[in-house]
Design a binder for this molecule. Structure first.
Ligand code: GLU
Length: 422
């Protein structure tokens, strides 16, 4: 489908930026700086497979903007990865960090592989060789990675170890913040694993008042049961919601009376996916999106709600826990129909917010409690929700437009105060 290619994704991202620049009356030169990435790295590197053969892989690191602080963003391993997808994701990171008032810029990395078809030792070699290829183009005060789709805490552990081994002995302990989302034992933050899912739940809970509804007892369907979807499901159950449907790559399960999320997680741990889970019926992806639920949460891949299926959606509230799950044409239809959309740069910002907490803890050789992390995360998400709501009522625009405008105002101010070199 032509409208769902990664080129279209990047065009959508650029269009959001452009619209916000217009709305805030952004100076032409600042607008032009933000309209493209500062640096684009493409690295080709060999990786030995377990059978002794070699693959040549291509990896990307797109550094979109660093006017607010070091480049920051995840590393994605997925077959869909190409340079335009990573450009779009890097652009979103700049605006996500600005919206959340983090002292970070935006970046993203990716390698076009299906990690499920690589053994653990092969994946380790991919990560180490990719990190080595990035060389001096990353750094703890320059460009900091984190997990994204297809990568996890272990990936960050290998990345950190590779980077540290390229430093002199005296520089190793104080550079662990080269990555965030690493295992807690390696200096990761408590609460980082859950942060994106919990952040989405906090945003939904905070904005629920604006929807004139009561969250307790409302129903939700979630597409994606990985790191983001599973922790969002848990947090929403804590808040009293009924999770009626959950999808992952293996299938989609539905139970009108509600799924037991913990039991489903145990099932997934044993069987590898939600498919064939007893106490639920299988449904199709089309049926999932057309469910008569109160909240729909796409927490998987981009471009899932498109012009082709948007008319079937019945949920009055959508939380974009994934990055870019709604295409621009579908978003216009939803806005027109009065559907409340909590946009990705707000809804899934919990991950990078706690990445920032991890970076600060590493920098100050400190350790925050899980309670500290969670309370700060909640407050930071709620405060951003309030700023987005204020923009929205002042300007009469969508929440997505309001979020981009809120981020753009800060970027515009910082560029204006600094001036443009030389
Ligand atoms: N990959 C996550 C995102 O898209 C987290 C990024 C980070 O923690 O740097 O927001």
């Amino acid at each position: 489908m032509a409208s769902n290619t990664s080129a279209a994704l990047y065009r959508d991202a650029a269009a959001n930026v452009e619209a916000a620049a217009l709305a805030v009356g952004m100076d032409e030169k600042i607008r032009r700086i933000l309209s493209q990435p500062m640096n684009e790295l493409i690295v080709n590197f060999p990786v030995q497979r377990d059978d002794g053969s070699y693959d040549m892989l291509q990896g990307y690191r797109i550094q979109h903007n660093n006017v607010l602080g070091p480049y920051k963003g995840g590393l994605r391993f997925h077959p869909s990865v190409d340079i335009d997808e990573v450009r779009a994701l890097a652009t979103w990171m700049t605006f996500k960090c600005a919206l959340m008032r983090l002292p970070f810029g935006g970046a993203k990395g990716g390698v076009s592989i299906d990690p499920r078809s690589f053994s653990e030792p092969e994946l380790e070699r991919v990560v180490r060789r990719f990190t080595h290829s990035l060389g001096e183009n990353i750094g703890p005060e320059y460009d900091i990675a984190a997990p994204d789709m297809g990568t996890n805490a272990q990936t960050m552990g290998w990345m950190m170890d590779t980077y540290l081994n390229s430093r002199g002995p005296g520089e190793r302990q104080n550079t662990r913040r080269i990555v965030t989302g690493k295992p807690v034992e390696l200096g990761g933050s408590l609460g980082r694993e859950e942060a994106t899912g919990r952040g989405a739940a906090y945003a939904l809970r905070h904005l629920y008042g604006e929807f004139d509804r009561v969250l307790d007892g409302e129903s939700v369907a979630i597409q994606g049961f990985g790191n983001v979807g599973s922790h969002a499901a848990r947090a929403l159950v804590e808040l009293g919601m009924t999770v009626k449907a959950i999808a992952d790559v293996s299938g989609i399960v539905y139970a009108d009376t509600g799924l037991d999320v913990e039991k489903l997680l145990n099932w997934v741990a044993q069987s590898g996916g939600v498919a064939d889970y007893p106490n639920a019926e299988p449904i199709t992806n089309d049926e999932l999106f057309a469910l008569d639920v109160d909240v729909l949460i796409p927490a998987a891949l981009h471009a899932q709600i498109t012009a082709e299926n948007v008319e079937s959606i019945r949920a009055p509230i959508i939380v974009e826990a994934a990055n870019g799950p709604i295409t621009a044409d579908a978003a216009a239809v939803l806005d027109h129909g009065g559907v409340h959309v909590i946009p990705d740069i707000l809804a899934n910002a919990g991950g990078v917010v706690v990445s920032y907490y991890e970076w600060v803890q590493n920098k100050t050789s400190n350790r925050w409690t899980a309670h500290d992390v969670d309370t700060r995360l909640r407050d930071q998400i709620w405060e951003a929700c309030d700023r987005v709501s204020a923009q929205r009522s002042a300007r009469g625009c969508s929440r997505r437009a309001a979020a981009y405008i809120e981020a753009s105002e800060l970027l515009q101010t910082v560029y204006s105060l600094r001036g443009i070199f030389p």
